[in-house]
Design a protein. Structure first.
Length: 55
Protein backbone atom coordinates (compact mmCIF):
# COMPACT_ATOMS: atom_id res chain seq x y z
CA UNK A 1 0.00 0.00 0.00
CA UNK A 2 2.72 2.46 0.97
CA UNK A 3 4.68 1.54 -2.12
CA UNK A 4 1.71 2.27 -4.41
CA UNK A 5 1.12 5.62 -2.68
CA UNK A 6 4.79 6.55 -3.09
CA UNK A 7 4.66 5.64 -6.77
CA UNK A 8 1.54 7.78 -7.23
CA UNK A 9 3.16 10.75 -5.47
CA UNK A 10 6.30 10.41 -7.62
CA UNK A 11 4.15 10.11 -10.75
CA UNK A 12 2.21 13.28 -9.90
CA UNK A 13 5.46 15.13 -9.14
CA UNK A 14 7.15 14.05 -12.38
CA UNK A 15 4.04 15.05 -14.35
CA UNK A 16 4.20 18.54 -12.82
CA UNK A 17 7.89 18.77 -13.65
CA UNK A 18 7.15 17.71 -17.24
CA UNK A 19 4.50 20.43 -17.53
CA UNK A 20 6.96 23.03 -16.24
CA UNK A 21 9.62 21.87 -18.69
CA UNK A 22 7.10 22.07 -21.53
CA UNK A 23 6.25 25.65 -20.56
CA UNK A 24 9.94 26.50 -20.26
CA UNK A 25 10.68 25.00 -23.68
CA UNK A 26 7.83 26.92 -25.27
CA UNK A 27 9.04 30.11 -23.60
CA UNK A 28 12.58 29.53 -24.83
CA UNK A 29 11.53 28.79 -28.40
CA UNK A 30 9.11 31.70 -28.82
CA UNK A 31 10.68 34.44 -26.65
CA UNK A 32 14.33 33.95 -25.72
CA UNK A 33 15.73 32.54 -28.97
CA UNK A 34 14.16 35.22 -31.22
CA UNK A 35 15.43 37.93 -28.87
CA UNK A 36 18.93 36.45 -29.00
CA UNK A 37 18.75 36.30 -32.80
CA UNK A 38 17.70 39.95 -32.99
CA UNK A 39 20.52 40.99 -30.65
CA UNK A 40 23.05 38.96 -32.66
CA UNK A 41 21.89 40.53 -35.95
CA UNK A 42 22.12 44.02 -34.49
CA UNK A 43 25.58 43.38 -33.07
CA UNK A 44 26.72 42.00 -36.42
CA UNK A 45 25.39 45.07 -38.22
CA UNK A 46 27.12 47.34 -35.71
CA UNK A 47 30.45 45.53 -36.14
CA UNK A 48 30.20 45.66 -39.93
CA UNK A 49 29.33 49.36 -39.76
CA UNK A 50 32.28 50.11 -37.46
CA UNK A 51 34.74 48.13 -39.57
CA UNK A 52 33.52 49.64 -42.84
CA UNK A 53 33.67 53.29 -41.81
CA UNK A 54 36.68 53.12 -39.55
CA UNK A 55 39.22 54.48 -41.96
Amino acid sequence: MAKETAVEIIDIYTHKVEQRLDKLGTYLVFVVIPLLLIIAIQLGALIIYLLRFQG
